[in-house]
Design a protein around this ligand. Structure first.
Ligand SMILES: [Zn+2]
Length: 60
């Protein structure tokens, strides 16, 4: 932001200071295999299943 103070509009400055740009928490879904909460499009950390089959070995 090495820009002179008056070069940044109030809208741009205030938008930066607001939290509209902040990331929201990742959406969690239930694993279809074990029912644990997991992130969508990720291998389940509990059972190692993805898309109906085991893709990663998990030590019990
Ligand atoms: Zn699972």
């Amino acid at each position: 932001m090495a820009v002179p103070k008056r070069r940044v509009s109030k809208a741009r400055r205030d938008k930066r200071r607001s939290n509209v740009w902040k990331l929201s928490a990742p959406t969690l879904e239930k694993c279809s295999q074990c029912g644990e909460l997991k992130r969508s499009h990720r291998v389940c950390p509990e059972c190692g299943y993805y898309n109906g089959r085991q893709v990663v070995k998990v030590d019990a």
